[in-house]
Design a protein around this ligand. Structure first.
Ligand code: NAD
Length: 252
């Protein structure tokens, strides 16, 4: 059990990519971190590689499964006794035109990317209300820019962006701030899976800073929005995208 002042974060989708970088960022600041992921073996390997395994808790869980989320939150409560930050980062992407988007893909993307954060937030809020807390949802530039390939993914992220504002207003009375980080392209396993060479070339032309983002750059913004340094910020969507949104060019 941590000391009363020891802060605790739960990061979903933390076995790799932006989620793992975020977990490391919290650990570097002395927080305890619960790392949650559907890929159990990958998660266990990631947690074993962290500098101080005593500060961590690995949770094998599908964020779209309400029962599993409730069990995971009970494990956080049992181990750490409090929760100060929730990062709803777990997500999946399928880039396809509407006619090639299966009903199953549509439902799964909405379940993981939108219902997952709803379930995790609902389970986390009672744990957070004693000390107050911060929630950061990971949306995407696809939430605000339409394209030919992202009807399901973009819609799930736009829903999550709106849920962020809704819950910022609703949970303020519990002392819980809710914000979102909207990444541009970041070189992770997800990007390797869905970014074709054509998409990559177009991104380089469309991003004023002229490169993909780094996982650590996303983690920095996420940590800021969970920390006391952002104590008067709630209901905001922070684009971390090398200037892509500001430039106003269409998505590749
Ligand atoms: P990633 O694929 O490298 O990591 C995602 C993690 O989420 C994986 O470890 C995966 O196992 C886990 N996950 C997937 N489904 C899950 C579920 N149902 N329950 C629990 N865990 C689950 O992806 P990433 O690039 O690090 O993406 C992290 C977040 O950032 C996602 O929400 C993604 O949509 C968003 N994002 C990424 C990019 C990018 O270019 N990489 C751009 C914009 C937004």
């Amino acid at each position: 059990m941590p000391s009363p002042s020891q802060k605790v974060a739960l990061v979903t989708g933390a076995a790799r990519g932006i989620g793992l970088a975020t977990a490391k960022r919290f650990l570097a600041e002395g927080w305890h971190v619960a790392l949650l992921d559907i890929e159990g073996e990958l998660l266990d390997r990631a947690v074993a590689s962290l500098a101080d395994p005593d500060n961590t808790l690995a949770l094998h869980c599908d964020v779209s499964d309400a029962g599993a989320v409730a069990k995971a939150m009970a494990a956080v409560s049992g181990r750490f006794g409090r929760l100060d930050a929730l990062v709803n980062n777990a997500g999946i992407a399928v880039f396809a035109p509407l006619l090639d988007t299966s009903d199953e893909d549509w439902c799964r993307i909405l379940s993981v990317n939108l219902t997952g954060p709803f379930l995790c937030t609902k389970a986390a809020a009672p744990l957070m209300r004693e000390h107050g807390g911060a929630i950061v949802n990971i949306t995407s530039i696809s939430a605000v820019r339409a394209s030919t390939l992202r009807s399901a993914y973009g819609t799930s992220k736009a829903g999550l962006a709106h849920l962020t504002k809704q819950l910022a207003v609703e949970l303020a009375s519990l002392g819980i701030r809710v914000n979102a980080v909207a990444p541009g392209p970041v070189e992770t396993a997800m990007a390797k899976q869905v970014h074709t060479p054509e998409i990559r070339a177009d991104y380089h032309d469309a991003i004023p800073l002229n490169r993909y983002g780094l996982e650590e750059e996303l983690a920095e913004a996420i940590f800021f929005l969970c920390s006391e340094r952002s104590s008067y910020i709630t209901g905001q969507i922070l684009a971390v995208d090398g200037g892509f949104d500001a430039a106003g060019i269409g998505l590749p």
